[in-house]
Design a protein around this ligand. Sequence first.
Ligand SMILES: Nc1nc2c(ncn2[C@@H]2O[C@H](COP(=O)(O)OP(=O)(O)OP(=O)(O)O)[C@@H](O)[C@H]2O)c(=O)[nH]1
Ligand SMILES: [K+]
Ligand SMILES: [Mg+2]
Length: 442
Amino acid sequence: MNHSHDTIVAIATPPGRGGVGVIRLSGPDSTAIAEKLCGPLPSPRTAALRSFRDPEGATLDSGLVIVFPGPRSFTGEDVVELQGHGSPVVLEMILAACVDFGARRAGPGEFSQRAFLNDRMDLAQAEAVADLIAAATDTAARAAHRSLEGAFSKEVDGLAEALVALRVWVEAALDFPDEEIDFLADGQVAERVAGLRARQEALLERAGTGRLLTSGVRIAIVGRPNAGKSSLLNALSRHDAAIVTEVPGTTRDVLRETITIAGLPVTLADTAGIRETADRVESEGVRRAEREMHAADLIFWVVDATDPEAHPLPGLPQSVPLIRIDNKIDLSGESPSREGRHVRVSAVTGAGLDLLEQVVTEELGLNESGGGEYSARQRHVDAIALAGEHIRRGQAELDASGSGELLAEELRLAADALGEITGRMTSDELLGRIFSSFCIGK
Ligand SMILES: Nc1nc2c(ncn2[C@@H]2O[C@H](COP(=O)(O)OP(=O)(O)OP(=O)(O)O)[C@@H](O)[C@H]2O)c(=O)[nH]1
Ligand SMILES: [K+]
Ligand SMILES: [Mg+2]
């Protein structure tokens, strides 16, 4: 199915100078436009050297031209790739010539959007293209590639299909009221609902990890003044990023450093030590520290192991997982150790920092070799969570009233929520929002 009537063009390579620059055309007039630009075209999927000329016949550049006839192309339409020299000025002139010959400049994400509309990939796969390009670590890139190949979509579709299958079964039973009583009461339906719920929960967890690979993890380092927060940031990032002194209240602004833990892009935020203070600058720092911990995916609560007054920190949010780090064990005489989410380290000697990375890896649900199985986005996590909400409601209805009708309705809503991920149930408005966040030429 071809949805577009016009032909789009864009520079596909990043802005700036390079050895080669690629221009991509997609749409019904791609080959006609390319022919005007560079004469007779080579046979499909083979490269040929051509001169690129503007409508006046002036030569702009020479390079390779490759034709990918639809539907076996990235967008599903006729696509032509022009590979010229990687000069922004030259590429812009070739682009302008394509426009003169009848193409339209593509908007952000339009190539991917056409690929989606022509069923070349589902929405989660199209998003994975963008996530692959944006990947900050090799683990994130590998995970995005697995999503691009459909690993994530397959699990989402599998669960959606199982929800639909159970709904159909329940609805069929409702059509035979005499048997409904037995059918709903014999526990088989309840068992299947429970099975779907477990599947949804496992998927939610894996997607949560996949989301972290895409967006990165935010860790807030918080604690009392002088606990050694800035020293810990410097030790983990392996450079002298933050000012460290023996003066309590040294750090005021939030200072961020990005590191890699188990293949995951992690942004550490060093913050001001939390205490009551009359100093206006410091109290603003404390306010920012508190804001930072609420926005974090994980909190490092740093405690001075030599401080007998290391009472709990006020205002630690309940909703964010917390790792307690007893620091300065080189002074307290303790050994590096770990019990659950409690580790003992020295930011100065580096003892125990490996244990800390281990806790983080476990806490974020990463496997040993790092990373999850596929990449995902917050939007996907929200949709899976919503599906879980509907499954739970259906389960509650079944328990409370034994009503098959209400269960069937909740199962339908759960499957619809999952359909938003792959784009089966997605509104035009949402599609517009997703693709417009891509860059031009993608
Ligand atoms: N011996 C030892 N000293 C440490 C360790 N970590 C930090 N310190 C010292 O403790 C003092 C405070 O360290 P900082 O890293 O500035 O502490 P902070 O928590 O960032 O302090 P504020 O920004 O003021 O809240 C400095 O003199 C550090 O050298 C450690 O593991 N061992
Ligand atoms: K300090
Ligand atoms: Mg500090």
